[in-house]
Design a protein around this ligand. Structure first.
Ligand code: NDP
Length: 478
């Protein structure tokens, strides 16, 4: 689900030309999936991101800590000589052992829940798909099994959080906010450690050698990953764990900690903070409710595990996806009823489109088209493709329901929801709007990248599909 668009930009450029064979072209198995070769533009993008992405995260968090969330003020002061990079750096809270202890307990607890508590929720929650599930076919032709227990881990973690806040008082609910920058150093250490481990492991003891991709460029390999589905033992899957657990379980806890801080500082919680908490919790819960579906999304099906996912899940996601809540601690915005209701409506409509579109594709693919979409049998285009082992496979591209309106209406819904989070923060500063800018670039680029991959995979069948559904995100426009 996560990562930076600039990272995706470099990947797509690298894909171009390397993945250009569909099942019909060239008389050899198609090389769909991530890049096999890297050009100089991609390489400079990769090196730039490896060097600067941690500073982008630092800049936003520091702007809140030192400049009341103004992103321009530090630049103005630097320009006017009123401050220096060194003084900004020296004012930032440094690494502390107490933050390291909190972070170590947090990650260990999530590993414990992921590995040692098999899912039981699917046995008593109707409609929820959990427990052992199959992933999608990898380029080498494998189908991995996953223990889907994210919803259960989320519920246990949050139940403990509330039990602590109400009864046990082992720690303050503001603990995350109070240690935010020291925790960021810890998250960086984990992000780099796991990426480096995955990189080394791919050379020395890969989980599935046939699904590894080496581009010949060490920086690209490090960033975009070599192994497709690195695992430790049979069940510890890096992608599923790092994306979902330190990243997305943390998201709602971080927001709750911001809410507690607002209460502590101002004696009340603003309607804007409640909106951000509710809308983002809906998105997070949706993710865990549909974790089995997530196994079929691009992150798991097509991305290799490198710094892009490892560091991105540990640092980029928890620190930048939660900027709205952080901003509201410094600026407790009170929204008028009209403004609050408009934000709520935008968020809910966006969520409805996002979820329904994803659901329609999932249902269609699971039933192989034997289902009802908007009250009738779905229409589709039959297509074929080759996997890396040379096998010929068949698939279907739906042309009805939301998938007949535009080719990625799920992204459009996601963007509407993202805009709602930002709009909940009012119009005082641009910092909370970073998220919608980032998501727009990410999803537009992801759309283009996905379509390039689909075109490589399905060849002329993809062309037939785009003739029937000509728009990507907005019907009649784009
Ligand atoms: P999709 O779920 O849209 O999956 C795209 C894939 O679906 C294609 O590669 C193709 O795969 C298949 N497909 C395309 N068109 C059709 C069709 N007409 N009928 C059937 N199958 C089709 O993309 P993502 O995995 O990127 O996104 C999943 C969700 O996650 C989205 O809602 C997105 O908004 C969200 N997301 C959120 C992010 C965040 O950071 N918050 C980041 C990224 C995504 P195949 O090879 O199987 O044919």
């Amino acid at each position: 689900m996560k990562g930076s668009v600039a990272m995706e930009a470099t990947r797509r450029r690298a894909q171009h030309g390397a993945n250009g064979k569909s099942s019909e072209e060239g008389g050899q198995p198609a090389q769909w999936g991530r890049a096999w070769e890297v050009d100089w533009f991609s390489l400079s993008g990769v090196i730039g991101l490896l060097c600067f992405a941690p500073f982008i995260v630092f800049y936003f968090v520091m702007a809140c800590d030192q400049y009341q969330c103004s992103v321009s003020q530090p630049l103005i002061e630097l320009y006017q000589g009123e401050t220096t990079l060194l003084s900004i750096w020296s004012r930032a809270p440094s690494f502390t052992w107490s933050a390291a202890k909190i972070y170590a307990i947090w990650v260990t607890f999530q590993v414990f829940l992921y590995m040692c508590v098999p899912d039981i929720t699917h046995k008593f929650i109707p409609g929820y798909v959990g427990g052992v599930q199959d992933g999608a076919r990898t380029p080498a032709g494998l189908i991995n099994k996953y223990e889907v227990n994210g919803l259960q881990c989320w519920l246990i973690t949050h139940a403990l959080w509330f039990a602590n806040a109400q009864y046990f008082h082992w720690f303050s609910p503001t603990i995350i906010f109070d240690n935010w920058i020291p925790l960021m150093w810890c998250a960086n250490i984990l992000g780099y450690a796991v990426s480096t481990y995955a990189f080394t492991k791919a050379y020395l003891f890969p989980t599935c050698a046939e699904d590894c991709k080496f581009t010949g460029n060490v920086f690209y390999n490090y960033m975009m990953g070599i192994e497709f589905n690195p695992r430790v033992g049979k069940w510890f899957d890096f992608k599923l764990f790092f994306n979902g657990r330190p990243g997305i379980v943390a998201w709602t806890l971080i927001n709750l900690s911001y809410m507690a801080k607002q209460q502590e500082l101002y004696g009340h919680v603003t309607n804007s903070m409640i909106l951000v908490n509710v809308l983002q919790a809906l998105y997070v819960l949706d993710f865990f409710w549909n974790e089995a579906w997530y196994l079929k999304t691009i992150d798991i099906c097509h991305d290799h595990f490198g710094w892009y996912l490892g560091w991105g899940d540990c640092v980029w996601l928890p620190y930048l996806y939660t900027l709205q809540g952080l901003y509201l601690v410094y600026h407790p915005v009170h929204l008028s009823s009209v403004h609050a209701l408009s934000v709520l409506l935008l968020g809910l409509v966006g969520y409805y489109i996002f979820r329904s579109t994803n659901h329609q594709k999932d249902l269609f693919r699971r039933t192989e088209g034997s289902c009802s979409i908007w009250g009738s049998k779905p229409t589709y285009i039959e297509c074929s493709y080759n996997s890396g082992d040379g096998g010929l496979h068949r698939s279907k591209l739906m042309t009805s329901g939301f998938w007949g309106v535009a080719r990625h209406l799920n992204y459009t819904g996601d963007l509407m929801g993202s805009l709602a989070y930002c709009a909940a923060c009012g119009f005082g500063h641009i910092l909370p709007y970073f998220y919608i800018v980032y998501m727009t670039i990410l999803l537009v680029h992801r759309c283009v990248r996905d379509e390039h991959r689909c075109s490589s995979k399905y060849g002329k069948d993809w062309k037939r599909y785009t003739d029937v559904v000509p728009r990507r995100l907005i019907p009649g426009v784009f």
